[in-house]
Write a protein of this length. Structure first.
Length: 619
């Protein structure tokens, strides 16, 4: 029986929000399994593109959920869709934007593919990975009656490119895959405007977030591209779903009143462990021994390129087939390693975070981290590459407190004032006649495009520059030194947030409570039960058994007020702090509350002190 792969894992929590600051709801709570329960009713029909991007078209009548399920069976050969998939398809088809946060392999692509069949016109899919585009087109071609799709990217030239465009414009294709770099070209956008676009899909949308670990400057102009296309329904898709990144995605892409689906963060088949060390040499020996003990294949994530090469050499010497992977390798070598991993020609890949987007191998049995990454977002995304077939897997962090020093160094990398001044001046001079592209700014300022992208982001956030799909422009003329000073304040605010995210990573490594509860709380999902599948739960179970045997209960003095049903500080509640300003409660436990403050980042507060000192107020 053929199934949509996304249906293989249970959809745990779905957040439907009608405004960026509205607390998320859990419409699947206390519901029967997705396979047996009726799906919520989406309605659909595609309204014409709005003349004014600020005007949201009124919803029109559309098909029932059964229509989406029929399309899934007849067009794609899937026996079922998840409740969350169907609930997202409905708003899209009737003209509403959406933000979908789901792990890779959980069925994000099914949402836009089914929506395309239910809509008239062309779907534009923006994806940064050329290899993944080819895979998606092949999957569509293998389906029983999927809409025809074409790829237009830098690898297609000459006659083949002309033929691809002809198929899109006739119209023969219903789906076209493009890279962000392609959409930075005026002629590409003009051809799409002439053709007419009914749906825009932005994959790997976290690349637009300035503090996302995969930030790409080419994503910054996509909000302007959507507006140039008449702002058809737009869905942003990502596997990275913490509150600050979600908010930045919505803001930078200009999503209007988006339907938000957040699901799949609970991966109960992955056992979570942390191994603590005091000496680096002892940690290295333990990691190599740990790899040798595991069922292959697996991934080992490291902090530096040198570590990738060194660990690969040590594991190879121990007898396993292993490759190193990092951004310093030639493109052909990186492609070879990816292919070898997917085809089971290697047992282990030792990699930096560069081994990331597009990696979808269901049979990975373990992910070992030789050092903590920069955030819980990055950690959980990397750990989530294990066990995608639903079989038991393990995610293990090897941790020394000293390892956080390197991450703190990276978190504190504020651009030099000279760089801020030079980029502002380059835009001011080059942009006299209009917006200037990031590549032109980079050439004039003598910096790499990636560095310039980050600096431009700061200057835009500081309000001294503006940006649209044509590039950056001066919003307020001033001395470059003043522009640099304002941008530095924004950079310092970001640094505080980055450091707070790193502290949350430290909190995960050092917590004595259920690790899965910690992770789900970080992403704003509640987990009232301990997972019983992590090393912390093993210790807690031993403590419980000991207390029961000894006839003892909770420790004296453990009088922190427990959260009640009407708790004003429940997860996703909006709050305010006299010093730190507005924030959102991410998790609430018996003794502590974790809040993300917009200007300060994550803070963990004592629930007892919050109650006694009125540190927080409901917003």
């Amino acid at each position: 029986m053929k199934q949509n792969r996304a249906a293989e894992g249970a959809t745990r929590t779905t957040h439907d929000r009608t405004a960026a600051d509205r607390p998320a709801e859990d419409p699947t709570a206390a519901a029967p399994p997705a396979a047996s329960r009726p799906v919520a009713s989406p309605t659909s029909a595609t309204p014409p593109a709005a003349e004014d991007p600020a005007i949201v078209p009124e919803p029109e009548p559309g098909p029932e959920p059964e229509d989406a399920l029929r399309v899934a069976r007849e067009s794609f050969g899937w026996d079922e869709l998840h409740d969350g998939q169907v609930r997202t398809i409905g708003p899209l088809v009737r003209g509403r934007d959406a933000l979908v946060v789901m792990p890779t392999g959980y069925g994000k692509s099914a949402i836009y593919q089914v929506a395309t069949v239910l809509m008239e016109g062309l779907t534009v899919v923006v994806s940064p990975l050329i290899a993944l585009q080819a895979d998606q087109v092949q999957n569509l071609e293998d389906a029983p009656a999927a809409p025809p799709a074409r790829v237009i990217n830098s690898t297609i030239r000459g006659k083949a490119l002309d033929e691809a465009w002809a198929t899109v414009e006739e119209p023969g294709a219903r789906i076209v895959f493009l890279t962000p770099e392609q959409l930075a070209r005026d002629e590409v956008v003009a051809r799409l405007v002439a053709r007419g676009v009914s749906l825009v899909v932005i994959d790997e949308a976290h690349c637009v977030a300035s503090w996302g670990h995969d930030f790409r400057p080419d994503y910054l102009g996509l909000g302007g591209v959507v507006d140039a296309l008449g702002h058809p329904p737009t869905v942003a898709m990502t596997a990275t779903g913490s509150t600050p990144i979600r908010t930045e995605i919505e803001d930078r892409l200009g999503l209007r009143d988006p339907f938000v689906l957040s699901s799949g963060f609970d991966r109960p088949n992955i056992r979570l462990e942390v191994r603590r060390h005091t000496e680096e040499a002892e940690k290295r020996r333990a990691i190599v021994a740990h790899v040798m003990e595991q069922t292959q294949p697996g991934l080992v994530y490291v902090a530096t390129r040198k570590d990738a090469e060194d660990y690969a050499d040590e594991i190879r010497a121990a007898g396993l087939r292993v490759d190193a992977y990092h951004a310093g390798l030639p493109a052909a070598e990186r492609e070879r390693v990816q292919t070898a991993f997917h085809e089971d020609d290697v047992d282990v890949v030792v990699a930096t975070s560069a081994f990331g987007m597009g990696i979808d191998k269901p049979t990975v049995r373990y992910v070992i981290h030789a050092a903590p990454p920069e955030s819980v977002d990055a950690y959980y995304q990397e750990v989530g590459r294990a066990g995608r077939d639903g079989e038991p897997a393990v995610g293990i962090l090897h941790y020394r407190q000293e390892d956080l020093g390197l991450r703190r160094f990276f978190a504190a990398r504020t651009p030099r004032p000279a760089s801020l001044r030079d980029v502002y001046a380059a835009v001011a001079v080059a942009g006299i006649d209009g917006p200037v592209r990031p590549a032109a700014v980079a050439a004039r300022a003598g910096m790499s495009p990636r560095t310039v992208g980050g600096v431009l982001n700061l200057l835009v956030d500081a309000g001294v520059l503006g940006s649209d799909r044509d590039g950056a422009f001066v919003r307020e003329e001033m001395d470059p030194r003043e522009a640099a000073s304002r941008a530095k304040e924004v950079a310092q605010e970001r640094e505080r947030i980055e450091v707070s995210r790193l502290e949350m990573m430290r909190g995960y490594a050092e917590t004595q409570q259920c690790r899965r509860q910690f992770l789900l709380g970080y992403f704003g999902e509640e987990s009232p039960e301990r997972c019983a599948n992590c090393d912390a739960c093993d210790r807690l179970a031993e403590d419980d058994a000991h207390d029961e045997a000894m006839g003892t209960g909770a420790a004296e003095g453990d009088d922190a007020p427990a959260p009640s049903a009407d708790d004003p500080f429940a997860p996703q509640s909006a709050v305010t702090h006299a010093e730190w300003g507005p924030g959102t409660v991410m998790s609430a436990e018996d003794d502590r509350i974790t809040v993300f403050f917009e200007k300060e980042g994550y803070r963990v507060l004592s629930r007892k002190l919050v109650a006694e000192g009125e540190l927080l107020q409901p917003a």
